[in-house]
Design a protein around this ligand. Structure first.
Ligand SMILES: [Zn+2]
Ligand SMILES: [Zn+2]
Length: 347
């Protein structure tokens, strides 16, 4: 019997992304087949495509910020969900290890990752575990739903890691998409937010999305400026969300804190960076890591639908899957004001 086929962008090796027709896969036990409606391109996809993601298993279809419509179900999954739209949580934890049992599934010992170790959303169809589906209300459009993963990352950073509170001052270094989502979540709980970047376009977008103050780090010393804006004391919380060179920004994120302040490191560069640990001891400053977006899709969807969180300014482009290479280029080069480029694989 001939199987029907659909389009997918398959990463076969570093910088070798191939658009191909391939057989539509069958859902196995506890799995569903999803027609991908929207998949946002993410900065971390560039690391994967360039060959810098160690845990990747090639060949693989990239794309971990995805949503779509269930079109078939495997064994043990109710047919009632066929036709419904869902976000797909890309991080697939085992549910059994000590971390999963302690409600820290983002630290799971045996996790798999859609779009990195198993096929993702740069594709017209994808297989997903049924327990990773998050229902989407009608009010939420496809493109916005695909960006819930980025928003959930910012939500986890602000609410679960920094434990940011109303009226605290937070400084965000780096407003790429995760930085902008962190800004949106920090404003949602009523914090005062100072945003630092080196790109003027991004600073004005941050302003539109609610930043109280913006600092261009090419023009002024961001540490001094944050202190001036906080009566000489520093911010209670800082977020380091720099995607590229962090050689200065990690130390800055510590130095711009008030005594007892906390910094959350979200950016990843993988290089060795010397840090002055004296303020950690002497001034009781705290360095916190943040990984992923555990248990954060649902609250984000609720906040967006109720109008408490708005990230629509961030979604700058929607393009067909056949234009995936152009989309990646646009985001890498920040061409045409590109912030979030969303693939629409089934038009
Ligand atoms: Zn991502
Ligand atoms: Zn686990």
């Amino acid at each position: 019997m001939e199987k029907s086929q659909s389009l997918a962008a398959i990463l076969k090796g570093p910088k070798n992304l191939c658009l191909e027709m391939r057989d539509i896969p069958d859902p196995g036990k506890n799995e569903v087949l999803v027609e991908v409606k929207a998949c946002a391109i993410c900065g971390s996809d560039f690391h994967l495509i360039d060959g810098h993601t160690k845990r990747a298993r090639l060949p693989v279809v990239p794309g971990h910020e995805l949503m779509g419509k269930v079109v078939d179900v495997g064994k043990n999954v109710s047919k009632d969900i066929i036709g419904n739209r869902f976000c797909i949580e890309n991080h697939v934890a085992c549910g059994e290890c000590r971390y999963c049992k302690a409600n820290r599934e983002n630290l799971c010992n045996n996790s798999r990752s859609i779009g990195t170790t198993i096929d993702g959303g740069y594709s017209q169809h994808v297989i997903a575990p049924a327990n990773k589906l998050v229902p989407i209300p009608d009010k939420l459009d496809d493109a916005t739903a695909s960006v819930m993963q980025t928003l959930a990352t910012g939500y986890h950073v602000v609410n679960n890691r920094a434990n940011l509170k109303k009226n605290e001052t937070a400084a965000i270094i780096g407003v790429g998409p995760i930085g902008l989502c962190t800004l949106a979540c920090a404003k949602q709980i009523g914090a005062r937010v100072i945003v630092i970047d080196t790109v003027e376009d991004r600073l004005s977008l941050a302003k539109k999305m609610g930043a109280d103050e913006t600092i261009n780090a090419l023009e002024v010393d961001p540490v001094e400026k944050v202190k001036t804006l906080t009566d000489g004391e520093g911010a209670e919380v800082s977020f380091e969300i720099v995607g590229g060179n962090q050689s200065k920004t990690i130390q800055q994120s510590i130095d711009m804190l008030c005594k007892g302040g906390r910094t959350v490191i979200v950016g990843v560069s993988g290089i060795d960076i010397p840090i002055d640990f004296q303020p950690i001891q002497h001034l009781e400053k705290v360095i916190i890591g943040s990984r992923g977006h555990p248990y954060s899709f649902m609250p984000c969807i609720e906040h967006v639908v109720s109008g408490n969180l708005n990230i629509s300014e961030m979604i700058t482009h929607q393009i067909p899957l056949s234009m995936v290479e152009e989309g990646i280029k646009m985001m890498r080069e920040r061409k045409d004001g590109a912030v979030k480029v969303v693939l629409i694989p089934n038009e």
